[in-house]
Write a protein that binds this ligand. Structure first.
Ligand SMILES: Cc1cc2nc3c(=O)[nH]c(=O)nc-3n(C[C@H](O)[C@H](O)[C@H](O)COP(=O)(O)OP(=O)(O)OC[C@H]3O[C@@H](n4cnc5c(N)ncnc54)[C@H](O)[C@@H]3O)c2cc1C
Length: 490
């Protein structure tokens, strides 16, 4: 007789969705094993912006999710564009260069709306993602389609809600309890886990095990191994506990790997951000308003088309691009025409300020002559036209070898401000291969009986880049599926 019906490894969004789903589908005893101590619980989910990307046919579909939205944002439902499944598909295919696994993507996209409804029904409070998604220009408010809803109180609220809900549904949550390896019987079925807690190591048995214990983003040795230089030096935006344990233990028993193992999600963050996520600052070190300014490296040169697309479609690759520049740093430069457009998160940083571009450059640790030359050439390359932050306005530079394709205005309204940035790693893309039931496949391309995976551990969905808000959605979708099937004891 097993100790538990289902053991869930990890305690982020994916794992707790799995635990709640398992209980909902009739699992008797469900254990949630969290390696972190209670005060550091919740994985990357705690640090996240709480944003969920999902498909909906009309703004009216959002009403059941955020019935009170108009109280906070008058005119909310009239201002949101539809985001049908086809648009989610287009975004995912575009940013992953068509490498996303179509079967997994179909599940993610096709079940996104229904799953977010389920998340809300479980008791996670949702709200319009005002500070993340809304751009206000004059009287107009424009939402980034598909990325309009987040958990109340962001990742902190999402994580706290999931813990509360899981406990209320009877899941037994153990902290300081890291899983070391999986146990199997002679037939190859997973029968439990070996854990380490403050009392030592011991075995816990279960009819099924769900792995929801993150990627290897916090493990510098694995980053060096799979992502290469300079990723061993990257700052970690979230939890320090995602060390690749789940991937290692699944691979040890023959799990099939999947997806882009050289890829990860990485964003521009404050160059002075701490080496691991800060529980209070959470995602506030992000610096994502670069489409409105100019980005230079330590050599004083531009290296990225700041206006390639809206930030939600470029931010997740830009961190890595910055990290690969000399010293892994960049400087985002803005003038007074756009400072009001900078995300509120910039307030957590200390900009360098000066009244002339020459003075600003003199205060930056860059090749000053080259930097001034870059900014002068940039200013000479902007064209006249109407700047509009709410659309890709086509206001592009002319004649630069590296264009700025949209929102290219001259830097001519002092004082000028510069924010130093580096690339912070969020999560890794490589994972294990799961089927539509979230069962982990073996290298024999057969499900490993009794083993499921969800969240960051699922490989194949994201490659090269990522549409913002898809990580939590994937975790909820595959967590819910994994928990339900684990409860069924397949
Ligand atoms: C700063 C930041 C902002 C983000 N913002 C967003 C956003 O707004 N929207 C979005 O979609 N995504 C966002 N993301 C990404 C998103 O947070 C992750 O994709 C998602 O939270 C991953 O969920 P998960 O459950 O797979 O992993 P996690 O939430 O990381 O949970 C993994 C858990 O496993 C535990 N664990 C690890 N090893 C073991 C072990 N051996 N035994 C037991 N437990 C173990 C960890 O302690 C942790 O609790 C953000 C991430 C960060 C860091």
């Amino acid at each position: 007789m097993a100790d538990y019906d289902v053991i869930v490894v990890g305690a982020g969004n994916a794992a707790l969705a799995a635990a709640v789903s398992a209980r909902e589908q009739g699992a008797g005893r469900v254990a949630v094993l969290e390696k972190a101590p209670r005060e550091l619980r919740g994985g990357n989910t705690h640090y996240s912006g709480g944003l969920f990307r999902f498909a909906y046919d009309s703004a009216e579909d959002l009403r059941p999710l955020v019935p009170d939205a108009e109280k906070e944002v008058p005119g909310f439902f009239a201002s949101v564009e539809p985001y049908p499944q086809k648009r989610f598909w287009d975004d995912l295919l575009r940013v992953t260069e068509s490498r996303t696994d179509p079967e997994l993507a179909e599940i993610l996209i096709g079940r996104s709306y229904d799953t977010l409804r389920w998340v809300g029904e479980q008791g996670v409070r949702l709200e319009p993602a005002v500070s993340l998604s809304a751009v206000r220009v004059g009287g107009t408010i424009k939402w980034s389609p598909g990325a309009v809803i987040r958990a109340q109180h962001e990742g902190v609220g999402l994580s706290a809600s999931w813990f509360k809900i899981a406990a209320a549904r009877g899941a037994e949550i153990a902290y300081d309890t890291g899983v070391l390896r999986l146990s199997q019987d002679g037939s190859g079925r997973v029968t439990g886990v070996v854990v380490q807690d403050p009392n030592g190591t011991r075995e816990m048995t279960a009819k099924a095990v769900v792995l929801g214990c993150g990627g290897f983003e916090a493990n510098p040795e694995w980053r060096a191994r799979y992502l290469g230089r300079p990723w061993d030096h990257a700052k970690v935006r979230g939890t320090r506990y995602n060390q690749g344990d789940g991937l290692r233990m699944a691979i040890e028993i023959g799990a099939l790997v999947h997806g882009q193992w050289t890829g990860c999600h990485s964003t521009p963050i404050d160059a002075d951000a701490p080496p691991h996520g800060d529980r209070k600052l959470t995602d506030k070190t992000n610096r994502l308003s670069y489409p409105y300014g100019v980005l230079v490296n330590a050599k004083g040169r531009r290296f990225f088309d700041e206006g390639e697309d809206f930030q939600f479609y470029t931010y997740a690759k830009l961190g890595g691009i910055i990290l690969n520049e000399p010293s892994g740093v960049g400087y985002q430069i803005f003038d007074q025409k756009v400072v009001d457009l900078l995300e509120g998160r910039y307030k957590t940083g200390q900009p360098i300020v000066a009244d002339t571009l020459a003075d600003l450059v003199a205060r930056l640790p860059v090749d000053r002559e080259a930097c001034l030359d870059t900014l002068t050439r940039y200013n000479a390359a902007v064209k006249s036209g109407a700047f509009d932050a709410t659309v890709k306005d086509g206001l592009a530079t002319s004649g630069l070898p590296l264009p700025k394709s949209n929102w290219a205005q001259g830097l001519d309204a002092p004082p000028f401000v510069a924010y130093p940035v580096t690339g912070g790693i969020t999560f890794t893309f490589g994972g294990v291969r799961v089927n539509a039931q979230a069962q982990v496949l073996s290298t024999r391309w057969q499900p490993i009986p009794g083993l499921y995976a969800c969240g960051e551990m699922v490989g194949g969905l994201f490659h090269i880049n990522y549409p913002g808000g898809s990580g939590l959605m994937s975790g909820a979708v595959f967590g819910r599926i994994a928990g339900a099937n684990a409860a069924g004891g397949q």
